[in-house]
Design a protein around this ligand. Structure first.
Ligand code: 5AD
Ligand code: SF4
Length: 481
């Protein structure tokens, strides 16, 4: 149970997902690549960029690694368990490679960046190691590896955003798509490996973001999720070619994306509590099609622990931010990330985390126990002194409380009507639709006789709920027969 919970932030249904070939791909009978992704949404989004680069090189995608000439694994380093899962997977690829020596295996992403050429020594079968800012060099690295050399590029960049590359959508439902708006992170939370694996923060050209969103809308997508490690510090000054460029903040960008069409729902992730501004909150409130949902990771409810984590806010400051959100956007969904058992955490600190969860009334949280990562500030500065058994016990209390909060939040929605964007059939039955409301809650409802399809908006009245899902009935469109 706990294992499942600890990796929940990285949508567990998608971990290890393979890239689906595009129908009618002209490359499908050429050289084939297989790519499997782990970790956060950013990594899944990066795999779509890699797929685009490879397709331009004449590679066709396959879903079976047994058929592939090139096997890639896009990796995550955020917790030790993520790395263990990937090592296991590499062992399976090793067996395959022994049978088919011509097959190339490449490790991409955060683990490639963290371990660099050490990976080549540790995992003998690996031919290529490519960090998150080096995907443009993949074609050259593949040629090197085909010539029998081990190929490594783990250079981090100050300006790479892959702005001009149109991602090939990975296993998309055709309704929602991720759009990366920035890369890297400058925050230096002491527990986190990301600043070391993904480098300095940089914002992507606003024009290219808007174009990508507009193209997605024209292709029939109805929801874009703007992605960045810390979207609120988005800041784009322009490329200097236009004389009238004004700096674009995250609030400006949100507004511009929202204005593409009222039929395009806009979400974003992740917000750092210290950076989300009133301007962003007012923009969310102003546009009906900007989702009323903020992922606002608290990490801990104890000011002392927050300081050790270098989160740069206190418990009171965070609570005031939650108040402000509720004041400006009264119907806003809020979710969080929580780490149990960070260095020196006492029972009192832990109780403060439980209290802040109650205070914030999270609809949902991603919950983890602390996993010390080599090279992070916490690893260098503090002792990982909370015993695993205590970490797990505290995490279980956090999980149990979140279960109660989610259930209470869902129960409050019974009787309310929501505008739902249909994403597809429900997991359990093709007689039901599954979609989300603006607050990011999943709603399942019967298809009935209504002529609806994926990508449609429909009003749904909530009649019942579980801890994780709202259940409802669709309301026939007004004025309809
Ligand atoms: N141990 C446990 N959880 C972590 N996270 C980041 N680093 C660690 C770590 N070393 C969690 C944080 C972050 C989320 C993406 O992963 O809660 O917000
Ligand atoms: Fe994503 Fe890298 Fe973080 Fe993993 S460590 S969640 S891949 S950014």
């Amino acid at each position: 149970m706990l294992d499942f919970v600890t990796d929940k932030v990285q949508d567990e249904t998608r971990q290890g997902e393979a890239f689906a070939p595009v129908t009618g791909d002209p490359n499908q009978y050429n050289k084939r690549f297989y790519i499997e992704s782990y970790g956060c949404q950013m990594n899944f989004s990066d795999s779509e960029i890699v797929a685009s680069i490879l397709q331009n090189e004449g590679f066709g995608a396959t879903r079976n690694y047994e058929d592939a000439d090139l096997v890639l694994i896009n990796t995550c380093s955020i917790r030790e368990k993520a790395e263990q899962t990937i090592r296991k997977r590499l062992t399976e690829f090793r067996k395959m490679k022994l049978a088919r020596p011509g097959m190339l295996v490449g490790v991409l992403g955060c683990m490639a960046e963290r371990l660099k050429s050490k990976l080549l020594e540790e995992e003998k079968l690996v031919d290529m190691v490519v960090g998150p800012d080096a995907y443009r060099s993949l074609p050259g690295l593949i040629t090197e590896a085909e010539g029998g050399q081990k190929a490594v590029n783990v250079l981090l960049s100050r300006d790479e955003t892959y702005a001009d590359i149109s991602p090939v959508r990975l296993d998309s439902n055709g309704v929602t798509a991720f759009v990366s708006i920035m890369r890297g992170c400058n925050n230096m939370c002491t527990f986190c490996v990301v600043p070391f694996t993904r480098g300095r923060e940089r914002s992507r050209d606003a024009g290219s973001i808007l174009k990508e969103c507009k193209d997605l809308f024209d292709q029939g997508f109805r929801e874009v999720i703007l992605l960045g490690q810390n979207v609120d510090s988005y800041y784009y000054i322009g490329n200097g070619q236009q004389s009238t460029t004004h700096p674009i903040t995250f609030a400006n960008l949100l507004e511009k994306v929202a204005l593409i069409s009222p039929q395009l729902r806009v979400r974003f992730s992740t917000s750092h509590p210290k950076d989300i501004t009133d301007e962003v909150l007012y923009t969310i409130a102003k546009y009906e099609n900007i989702a009323k949902y903020i992922h606002l990771p608290v990490q801990s409810g104890s000011s002392r622990i927050l300081q050790l984590m270098n989160r740069t806010y206190t418990r009171e400051w965070y609570m005031a931010k939650v108040d402000r959100i509720r004041e400006i956007i009264p119907d806003c969904g809020i979710s969080s990330d929580i780490i149990s058992g960070f260095c020196t955490e006492t029972e009192k600190d832990h109780k403060e985390t439980l209290q802040i969860m109650e205070y914030s009334g999270y609809d949902m949280s991603y919950m983890f126990f602390y996993s010390e990562r080599p090279g992070t500030l916490a690893e260098r500065r503090y002792e990982d002194d909370v015993p695993l058994i205590v970490k797990k016990k505290r995490l279980q209390e956090v999980v149990d409380l979140q279960g109660r909060l989610s259930f209470a939040s869902n129960k409050k929605d019974i009787g309310k009507k929501f505008k739902v964007l249909i994403e597809g059939d429900s997991k359990r039955s093709n007689k039901d639709w599954m979609g989300r409301n603006s607050q990011n809650k999943v709603i399942v409802f019967p298809k009935n006789e209504l002529e609806l399809k994926k990508g449609d908006y429909v009003e749904v009245k909530v009649t019942n709920c579980t801890q994780a899902t709202l259940l409802g009935t669709p309301c026939p469109p007004k004025g309809g027969t």
